[in-house]
Design a protein around this ligand. Structure first.
Ligand code: SF4
Length: 378
């Protein structure tokens, strides 16, 4: 097990694009939930005896910063008891700028959280409003400034492009402000309109004025150019960072390695099984408190599926997929399994070979999903 993902499914506001497993914080059994999370971590570590391989702990959501100071402290203290070396690993917490008060930052730092991933999305107030985000730019600046002042400088912010009514100029301005904060890492995602979201309903009614594909592709090209010019090098389709600041946690996913998923609706990959936990909060709590775990479904990944995943996930990274690692892992060469697809994509300029690696060249990264779908074996 290389990583532990811990899901905190509470939010004080629900964003219009979000399809994560989350609920409004109010009136939820938050304390019971946190107790259950700690029980599930303990059980998972006991059952999978390889914590010495751990490289990362990640608190995601929902929003971990939706918790009160006391709840956050209790959770972090509990994690430290179960994973005593957490502070020497990459230990990330997601955060919303409006909730990231000085006291919460002090608590995160006190227990050893050493990386922040902040949901900023945009620096245009009218776009934030459209997204259903409630924070203000000033809160982003203040939180980052205070975090840096207490030594929490490994900070990443999430940005979004392809937003309703967003212009190229606005996207450029958001990137300029983001880069002026001089952070070591940035993530930038294009808006996906997912079912069961406010945006989905608007989209179906024809009331979501999205930029067209061409403009979105230009925004992505501008993103790659801005980041490169500012020495935040792209290492994954949506991620950019200085040399030693690439996300270890996400790299575990992209390298097709094992991790535990803890919490309601969390997904994990352990002992060759991909699994997902029960989603509804109360049912999750009941299951953990009666059986110590809350697994809803498991799927033993076949060799064929694992080879497909090695390509889908590995090609997300700019370095691509190592031919040597593939043949060591699967005792068959990548050329033998995917040779025809690789040749076809290479001839079309959608894949390139760099030494031992095959990778997606910059100009084809915008259509990466189409390229991934070519590696389905059946
Ligand atoms: S995007 Fe984050 S803060 Fe917004 S509703 Fe989803 S989980 Fe909550």
């Amino acid at each position: 097990m290389k990583g532990i993902y811990i899901h905190i499914p509470f939010c004080h506001q629900i964003c219009h694009y979000c399809d994560f497993n989350k609920v409004f914080f109010d009136k939820q059994p938050v304390d019971d939930y946190l107790k259950s999370v700690l029980i599930e971590i303990e059980h998972t570590l006991r059952e999978n005896k390889e914590p010495q391989n751990l490289e990362s702990v990640f608190l995601g959501g929902g929003t971990p910063t939706s918790l009160t100071d006391q709840q956050l402290g209790t959770l972090l203290a509990g994690i430290i008891k179960l994973v005593p070396n957490a502070a020497s690993l990459e230990w990330t917490s997601e955060a919303n700028p409006d909730e990231l008060t000085a006291s919460k930052l002090d608590i995160l730092a006190k227990y050893g959280v050493n990386r922040l991933s902040m949901g900023v999305q945009s620096f245009q107030p009218h776009l934030l409003q459209k997204l259903g985000r409630v924070h203000h730019n000033e809160q982003v600046f203040q939180a980052i400034s205070y975090a840096k002042s207490i030594g929490l400088s490994n900070i990443s912010i999430d940005l979004m492009y392809g937003l309703p009514d967003q212009t190229l100029e606005e996207w450029r301005e958001t990137m300029e402000i983001a880069l002026s904060l001089d952070l070591p890492h940035y993530s930038a995602y294009s808006l996906l309109v997912e079912p069961k979201t406010v945006f989905y309903n608007l989209f179906r009614k024809g009331k979501l004025p999205l930029p067209g594909q061409d403009l979105e592709a230009t925004m992505y090209a501008e993103l790659m150019r801005f980041m490169e010019e500012n020495e935040r090098y792209q290492y994954e389709i949506s991620n950019f960072g200085k040399e030693n600041f690439h996300s270890i946690h996400n790299s575990i996913y992209w390298s097709n390695e094992s991790y535990a998923g803890i919490g309601a609706g969390a997904h994990g990959y352990l002992n060759g099984n991909r699994y997902s936990n029960i989603g509804p909060i109360k049912k999750y709590i009941q299951a953990v408190q009666s059986t110590n775990n809350a697994i809803h479904s498991t799927h033993l990944v076949t060799k064929e599926e694992s080879m497909e995943e090695q390509l889908f996930l590995g090609l997300r990274m700019t370095k691509g997929v190592s031919l040597r690692e593939f043949s060591e892992k699967y005792t068959v060469s990548l050329e033998d399994v995917f040779g025809e697809t690789v040749n076809d994509l290479t001839n079309k300029g959608l894949l390139v070979r760099d030494g031992d690696y095959i990778q997606i060249p910059p100009k084809a990264r915008f259509i990466a999903n189409e390229i991934f779908s070519r590696f389905l074996l059946s």
